[in-house]
Design a protein around this ligand. Structure first.
Ligand code: SF4
Length: 339
């Protein structure tokens, strides 16, 4: 049961916003909502200024109407759009789903490729976009956010997201539709989702469904995330997670000046172990460089032709290392979320 209320608002600024950090720099993005109904406790996008409270989600009601005109007015044609960097395309509300799918349809009709990351239930209507028009499939890149197969983890940390079994079914359906599908294992929470046997089960199930690529990153602690953890988890669990960040200084990661990273040696140990287990299952695991600026990382997804004229690795080197962040707007919070 989702306890979030939806309000609508017209978006006054551009529908498409360019990402400014890390490997998303220069890529046009669309956020359908401000706030997100899936309610992940580690998501600080929920606490962004501009939202009346974390339980309210604002749907931008005029995006479908404005996108075609905006696309046709662009001096440089848009070749790729990234969906919902600070929310989720498939939140369980019919108006949000209708908006996301209609926007995707508008792009696909113009042969503009798109990508999304979701922890929601992908509705049948999305698959109609490719079942009815198979030439759309190569234009879509999907990433499923999933760090654990355990339902108790999902119910505690991602209370309104799809259950792990449903996300596996999403992957199967995406694969059947011929859509390039990867998995984002983010955020791994030390002491909670970093056990070897959990990685083994996860990569085993992903591999069985044909997933060959995934990316990984460990939780960043931010003041808003810390507050949410305290509100949601038993004190003993919060103290356990805190121990991992004790002694870490607040630093700038992406657009946030107030992030704490787990010690580099701890993260590298987690990544090495996960990479080895992933390899045993035939899955190539990459470490998100944007979220791990102090250790060697990689591009966490295949290069996308963004029409910027720079390949992502080059853009990544030129820009501040950040999360999959876009810049906050007056009427739109930013992605900065661990997803
Ligand atoms: S992490 Fe993603 S899915 Fe979860 S609440 Fe935040 S935006 Fe929504």
């Amino acid at each position: 049961m989702v306890h979030t209320s939806l309000v609508t608002r017209e978006k006054k600024t551009s529908v498409l916003r360019k990402g400014t950090f890390g490997c998303l720099a220069g890529i046009p993005t669309i956020n359908v909502t401000q706030g997100c109904m899936l309610g992940c406790v580690y998501c600080y996008a929920r606490g962004y200024p501009g939202l009346p409270n974390p339980e309210t989600v604002i749907l931008f009601s005029n995006l479908v109407q404005r996108l075609p005109g905006e696309l046709s007015r662009k001096r440089q044609p848009v070749s790729h759009v990234l969906f919902n960097t600070a929310s989720d395309s498939f939140q369980p509300h019919p108006d949000i789903l209708n908006t996301s799918i209609r926007l995707m349809e508008i792009l696909l009709e113009r042969s503009i490729s798109l990508s999304f990351l979701t922890k929601g239930v992908i509705p049948h209507r999305f698959f109609d976009l490719v079942d009815d028009s198979p030439h759309h499939a190569p234009l879509i890149s999907a990433r499923i956010g999933m760090v654990s197969l355990k339902e108790d983890y999902q119910k505690t940390f991602e209370p309104h997201a799809a259950a792990p079994g449903v996300r596996l079914r999403n992957i199967e359906r995406l694969m059947e539709a011929g859509i390039r599908t990867e998995v984002r294992i983010d955020p791994v929470i030390p002491f909670v989702t970093d056990a070897e046997e959990d990685f083994d089960c996860l990569f085993g199930e992903l591999s069985a469904r044909g997933v060959t690529r995934a990316s990984i990153s460990v939780l960043h602690l931010r003041p808003a995330i810390h507050a949410q953890l305290e509100k949601t988890l038993p004190p003993v669990s919060v103290r356990l997670i805190e121990t991992m960040f004790r002694g870490s200084a607040w630093r700038t990661v992406g657009s946030s000046t107030m992030s704490k990273l787990a010690p580099g040696a701890v993260r590298e140990r987690i990544y090495d172990r996960a990479r080895e287990i992933a390899g045993e299952h035939g899955v190539t695991l990459t470490v998100c460089a944007c979220k791990n600026p102090d250790i060697p990382g990689e591009l966490c997804t295949d290069p996308i032709d963004t029409g910027t004229g720079l390949e992502p690795t080059r853009r990544q080197m030129l820009l501040p290392l950040g999360g999959d962040d876009t810049v906050p707007e007056v009427d739109e919070h930013q992605n900065a979320i661990s997803r």
